[in-house]
Structure formats: structure tokens, C-alpha cells
Write a protein that binds this ligand. Structure first.
Ligand code: PEP
Ligand code: MN
Length: 443
């Protein structure tokens, strides 16, 4: 792709942007985006290119992507502890998966910018009262009042600040990084504590032996010194204001995070999101839900990766445990036949959400696991690569998904349900998942 001139880069503004909040004042929005446009980008083109190179390996089956974090980050939950908790958990999972896949795991946080939510309905009714729905801290507040739910563009500045602070903590964490031996000891503690621990004991011991022999040789495959940030690029006003031209190449990069994705609700091939994403050079992803046709997937490839550059485009499929085995094969076959080198990633969360009797949105651990199993089976049958896993998780001991080693039930949900949007795996459930996904890699 040639670098874009100003006019081509702004074409997306003429198209429909689904899920755009109804900002009450465009003048106020303009002041905010002017301020962002004069601010420093949060990531560098070099870092983004490094991630593209890592993902190119995943496209070839020579690396595995582990992407995870909250469904929705919250301004008032910003804490070093919470960020460390998520990164630590991702690293513990990465250690397990890198051993199982015999390939490096590329860890990408779903964080430092995950503040905007696409919603199925524009309003919410409680006790007969209807208000605009919560759209993420970047747009409005969770409280059920007119004032809270009014979209406020000044929140975009808070999103920028919160993302910057989070990235600072992530970078410091990565610099201070992490002895695989220590991660392994934490995993073994989990195995010892876990009601399902016996099952994982053997794998944990094998990881321990592999680490010892790596140490004897003086190194290991786990990359602990890199962290990347990703979020859904939903609010194009924000993304465009932080997009910068790289003076080295003349190419444009979203400066808000290393990797951005387009959600399942905004992936229309002729929509504004696809058009904007076509103008940036970051590694990008598109979520593909059960309604995705092969023709749509191919159209997305043509628009977003016309040069078929490995690592540029990731498809994050989220079909649901009961659908992945029959919906995914045709997509993978047609995309593979087109020669496009996409990374196939499994999001086993978003096709498996339902409402518990208490009214909480939840997911069953077994459905999550079953979708990953289906995803692996499809790739195995087709001779293609399962390239990664995209999960909503937190290092905290929340009770939002049911099942897992500790076998949380519906009755447990009210105890510690803290997500502002979708239910996350807690620390134990996430490690359960990593151990059980590890068993799916064929040696
Ligand atoms: C999400 O990742 O939180 C989300 C809304 O996903 P999707 O676009 O796949 O529904
Ligand atoms: Mn979600």
C-alpha cells in the first residue's frame, strides 16, 4: 500500500460509523479531539511493526497469540495492582502455552485503551425507566441516571490519560521482568491449591523439567520483556485524533495502542471503521461472529490487507461453542484458498454469554473450553494453524463466569461480580483454561 494523502486518509469520515455515541455537542467534541491531536501518541510505529512481525510468526504457526484483559476497563479501578495482576496472569498462562505449543507466545493485553463498548441496544429500561445504555467509561457512566448516561466527550481525555498511565505501568512491569522459574512456581502453587490440580500436576512437572533443561542451556523461548496493548478501535473520533504519520516511512499509525480491532458489530466492509482501519499500518484484527459469510471475510481481507502482509490482519472468531465446528471450516477454507496469511484467533467468550437466573450476564467455563476445543479441531482437520486465544480475564478473584476448577455456581455470582460489561474469567479459571488448552496442542 502506498502512504495515503490527507484526503484519502479522511475518506472514512464520509461513511456511516455504527455505534458512534450521540455526542451532545460536536463543538465540544471538536475541542477534545483538537487537544488529542496536539498530544503525544502512546505507542511508536517501531513497536507496532515489532508486533506485526511477531504476529507474522503466528500466521505461520510458529508463534501463538495470547490476548486478554477486561471486557471494559474502568477509570475508577485504575491501579498498579490490577494491571500487574492481569499481566502476571497472562505471563503464567503464556508459560503453560509456550511449553505446550513448543512456540513463543506473544502476549497482548486487552488494556490501556479498552474503554469503549459496542452495545446491542441503544437504551436500557429499569423499573419502567428508560435511559441511554452504558457505552464504556470513554463515553458515559454506569450509574442509572440521566446525568451519568449522557455522553461526555471530555471522557475521551480521561481515556487518553488512563491509557497512558496504564502503558507506563505495563512498560515498567516488562522492564522488571520476569523469571520463568518464578512464574512456574506460581503455577505450581495454583496446581497445589486447585480442586482440579491433580489433573494438571503432570503437565506442571513437565514444564518444570523443561525449564531446568533450558536453564542448563542458558535460556528459554518465553518472551517476558515485551508487552503490547490492544483495544477495540470503536471511537473513530478518538482514534483519528491520535493517528500520526511516521516520518521514517510516511505511513500512518494509530497512536492509541499497538493493536486495534474492529468489533463484530462494526465490521461492515463499506462502513467507516473498515475504511479508517485501512488507513493505518498497525497490526489489526476483526472479530467475526456467527453471521459472518465467507464473502464478507474475503471483502475484509481485500480492504484491510490488500498486500497480503503476514501479521497485518488477525481474524478473531467468536462463534459460540455449539456453532464453531460447523461455521468455522468454510471460513477457514475460503480464506486459505485466497492465499491471505491471516492469524486465526479464538475468542471463546462472546459467543457463549447468557443471563443467569439472578439476571447477571455470565458464561460457563465448559462452553468456553468447548469452543476452544472446536476451534483447534477445525484447524487440525484443515491443516491450518490455531494462531491464538482472546479472553476476558482479570487477576482478581471475581465471580462472574460459572464453572472451572472451583466450580462456581449461579449462587456465587452476586458475591463478587464487578464487571461493568461482560463476565471475565478469574485467576483460577484463567489458569484452568491455560492448562486445559495446553492439552489441545498436538505434539
Ligand atoms: C468485546 O470484545 O467485548 C466485544 C463486544 O466483542 P464482539 O465485537 O466480538 O461482540
Ligand atoms: Mn466483552
Amino acid at each position: 500500500m502506498l502512504p495515503l494523502t490527507g484526503e484519502a486518509a479522511a475518506h472514512w469520515r464520509t461513511l456511516v460509523a455504527h455505534q458512534r455515541p450521540e455526542w451532545p455537542s460536536l463543538a465540544e467534541l471538536g475541542e477534545v479531539t483538537d487537544h488529542l491531536a496536539a498530544s503525544l501518541p502512546l505507542v511508536t510505529p517501531q513497536e507496532c511493526d515489532t508486533l506485526t512481525a511477531r504476529l507474522a510468526q503466528a500466521a505461520e504457526g510458529e508463534a501463538f497469540l495470547l490476548q486478554g484483559g477486561d471486557c471494559a476497563e474502568r477509570f475508577d479501578r485504575l491501579s498498579t495492582r490490577a494491571i500487574h495482576g492481569k499481566l502476571r496472569l497472562l505471563q503464567q498462562m503464556a508459560l503453560i502455552l509456550t511449553h505446550a505449543s513448543a512456540a513463543p507466545v506473544v502476549t497482548v493485553g486487552r488494556m490501556a485503551g479498552q474503554y469503549a463498548k459496542p452495545r446491542s441496544r441503544p437504551t436500557e429500561t429499569v423499573d419502567g425507566r428508560t435511559l441511554p445504555v452504558y457505552r464504556g467509561d470513554a463515553v458515559n457512566g454506569t450509574g442509572f441516571s440521566q446525568a451519568e448516561r449522557r455522553p461526555d466527550p471530555v471522557r475521551l481525555l480521561r481515556m487518553y490519560d488512563a491509557s497512558r498511565h496504564t502503558l507506563d505501568v505495563m512498560r515498567a512491569f516488562a522492564r522488571g521482568s520476569t523469571d520463568p522459574r518464578q512464574l512456574h512456581e506460581e503455577n505450581q502453587d495454583f496446581v497445589a491449591r486447585s480442586p482440579a490440580g491433580e489433573r494438571y500436576g503432570e503437565l506442571a512437572s513437565r514444564i518444570g523439567r523443561a525449564l531446568s533443561s533450558q536453564e542448563a542451556r542458558g535460556g528459554g523461548p518465553l518472551r517476558t520483556t515485551e508487552v503490547f496493548a490492544s483495544h477495540e478501535g470503536l471511537l473513530l473520533d478518538y482514534e483519528a485524533a491520535l493517528t500520526r504519520e511516521d516520518p521514517r516511512s510516511g505511513r500512518r499509525y494509530a497512536g492509541s495502542g499497538h493493536m486495534l480491532w474492529i468489533g463484530d458489530r462494526t465490521r461492515q466492509p463499506d462502513g467507516a471503521h473498515v475504511a479508517y482501519f485501512a488507513t493505518i499500518d498497525n497490526p489489526i484484527a476483526v472479530k467475526l461472529g456467527p453471521a459472518t459469510t465467507p464473502a464478507q471475510a474475503l471483502a475484509l481481507i481485500d480492504r484491510l490487507d490488500p498486500d497480503r502482509r503476514p501479521g497485518r490482519l488477525t481474524f478473531i472468531v467468536r462463534m459460540g461453542a455449539h456453532r464453531v465446528r460447523y461455521l468455522l471450516p468454510e471460513l477457514v477454507e475460503k480464506v486459505t484458498a485466497s492465499g491471505a496469511p491471516v492469524v486465526w484467533v479464538c475468542d471463546p467468550m462472546h459467543g457463549n454469554t447468557f443471563e443467569a437466573p439472578s439476571g447477571h450476564k455470565t458464561r460457563r467455563f465448559d462452553d468456553i473450553l468447548a469452543e476452544v476445543a472446536g476451534f483447534f479441531e477445525v484447524h487440525k482437520a484443515l491443516g491450518t494453524h490455531p494462531g491464538g486465544l482472546h479472553v476476558e480475564l482479570t487477576g482478581e478473584d471475581v465471580t462472574e463466569c460459572v464453572g472451572g476448577g472451583a466450580d462456581l455456581g449461579f449462587d456465587d455470582l452476586p458475591r463478587r461480580y464487578e464487571s461493568a460489561c461482560d463476565p471475565r474469567l478469574n485467576e483460577g479459571q484463567a489458569l484452568d483454561l491455560a492448562f486445559q488448552v495446553a492439552e489441545m496442542f498436538t505434539p
